[in-house]
Design a binder for this molecule. Structure first.
Ligand SMILES: *[C@@H]1O[C@H](CO)[C@@H](O)[C@H](O)[C@H]1NC(C)=O
Ligand SMILES: *[C@@H]1O[C@H](CO)[C@@H](O)[C@H](O)[C@H]1NC(C)=O
Ligand SMILES: *[C@@H]1O[C@H](CO)[C@@H](O)[C@H](O)[C@H]1NC(C)=O
Ligand SMILES: *[C@@H]1O[C@H](CO)[C@@H](O)[C@H](O)[C@H]1NC(C)=O
Ligand SMILES: *[C@@H]1O[C@H](CO)[C@@H](O)[C@H](O)[C@H]1NC(C)=O
Length: 407
């Protein structure tokens, strides 16, 4: 079967499944209970970024050293001696789910005052690892220059599809391999499970790029996706130089990642849209609300927006060891910031990572300006049709002035 034939078969199966889903949805309407209220949503995080911490001017002042990173920051990047790399097995060693609610504190006053989603989080916080439903141990063998890992959910077939065809396409540049993987949990909703799991398995049969674990793919479980990936990486990956980790609704310019890495020689590289001194959000309506009982410090450690960041493979192993020393925290990118703090590694902020959007004003035409995208590493957020359009524009013979500034 050629790739083209497979693609045709895949398309046909997709259409058939969609029809089946539609039919089932119509038939089951009224009998299907709504899924848990905290199912994963992928949205911008408008409140999380203190505006003052985000420089907008002077992005390209001195284009010559645009990709260079501030030296002082690099020198402060040291590594704590107390965390040592664990020796891990070379297979996924979790094969059963044994996760019962921890009722130790369920009668305490502070617990009963919490919102239901925090209660659920705390009751299952100690369940750290789950079995794998779909695994690809072979994916990480040999030398890989850049491993792209993308957080996705079972229903987002179209986002994965467009990523495979655009920035996530596996390729090789001068012998440096780029590989792509998608990270998924299990569906929280029975109807979805029945209809989409088979389709996901077929998708994986065609592309072989899905990692799926048997935990509920909920917003608060995104941290599990982080820790499961770090464990998976430490288990199966041999020689991976760098990892780009991001969301499935971002635009990424892999060529710029290569250029950036060529000019960088940082030990413990962790670079992204870093927030310094971000405050925990205490407004209950906010998606990122955190009660005092869960985190009582005034600031988070520095952390990179989870929409897209770059780290080196050696650091990823250390992060796995560090993650094992901490309690899980419901916000995945903050949790990673906590792990970096344990390692005494400072994440580096770089202006080419725009995980909170290109410019604040969402209706601004700059958010659609291909020349900005051409000079960025990652931009949040672009859905499949826009992503395809922007990809085609950026990869056409687009002529951009050398110096552009974000207003
Ligand atoms: C599951 O965990 C409980 C409590 O931690 C333990 O008593 C039980 O033996 C475990 N079951 C399995 C199958 O591991
Ligand atoms: C609950 O408390 C007991 C006794 O303090 C402790 O041994 C156990 O590990 C706790 N359970 C969890 C899941 O933390
Ligand atoms: C995370 O996943 C586990 C396993 O599916 C589930 O028991 C737990 O309730 C989930 N936690 C949240 C906060 O959704
Ligand atoms: C913050 O939480 C820690 C650990 O839960 C606790 O030891 C400490 O007393 C708390 N501090 C404040 C000011 O509440
Ligand atoms: C956002 O940009 C649009 C289009 O450029 C403009 O019309 C609008 O006034 C701007 N809004 C704000 C709040 O700056």
């Amino acid at each position: 079967m050629t790739a083209r034939d497979r693609w045709r078969v895949y398309k046909r199966v997709c259409v058939m499944f969609l029809l089946a889903v539609l039919t089932l949805t119509v038939v089951q309407r009224g009998s299907v209970s709504p899924g848990p209220q905290f199912q994963a949503e992928r949205q911008a995080r408008p409140q999380a970024a203190p505006a003052a911490a985000r420089q907008k001017r002077g992005l390209y002042s001195g284009t010559g050293n645009f990709w260079k990173v501030n030296k002082q920051k690099l020198e402060s990047t040291t590594e704590a001696p107390r965390i040592t790399e664990d020796r891990v097995a070379h297979t996924w060693d979790v094969t059963t789910t044994n996760c019962t609610a921890n009722l130790n504190f369920s009668s305490t006053e502070w617990f009963s005052g919490l919102e239901p989603n925090f209660k659920q989080f705390l009751l299952y916080r100690h369940c750290r690892y789950f079995p794998m439903i779909i695994n690809h141990p072979e994916k990480c063998s040999g030398q890989i220059y850049l491993l792209i890992v993308i957080k996705s959910i079972i229903t987002q077939h179209d986002r994965r599809e467009v990523i495979r065809r655009t920035w996530g396409k596996e390729h090789e540049v001068d012998g440096m391999k780029v590989k792509t993987l998608f990270l998924l949990g299990a569906s929280s909703n029975e109807a979805e499970k029945a209809n989409h799991q088979k389709l996901l398995e077929y998708e994986d049969y065609i592309y072989g790029d899905i990692l799926q674990w048997d935990f509920l793919d909920s917003f608060f479980n995104l941290t599990l996706k982080e820790t499961h990936f770090l464990k998976w990486f430490s288990t199966y990956c041999g020689e991976v130089s760098y990892i780009f980790k991001g969301d499935d609704d971002v635009f990424v310019n892999v060529q710029n990642i290569f250029e950036f890495l060529r000019d960088t020689n940082i030990k413990n590289l962790f670079v992204g849209d870093v927030l310094f001194k971000a405050k925990p959000i205490r407004k209950k309506e906010n998606k990122y609300y955190i009660p005092q009982a869960l985190y009582n410090k005034t600031h988070y450690p520095p952390y990179a927006g989870g929409g897209g960041f770059l780290m080196d493979g050696t650091l990823a192993r250390k992060l796995y060891a560090a993650s094992e020393t901490l309690d899980l925290y419901p916000i995945d990118d903050v949790f990673l910031g906590m792990c970096l703090e344990v390692l005494q590694v400072s994440p580096v902020k770089h202006n080419a990572f725009k995980t909170f959007g290109l410019v604040k004003n969402k209706s601004s035409r700059l958010n659609k300006e291909p020349c900005f995208f051409k000079s960025m590493i990652v931009v949040h957020k672009l859905l499949p049709p826009e992503l395809t359009r922007m990809w085609n524009l950026v990869n056409s013979d687009l002529i951009c002035a050398q110096k552009v500034e974000i207003l």
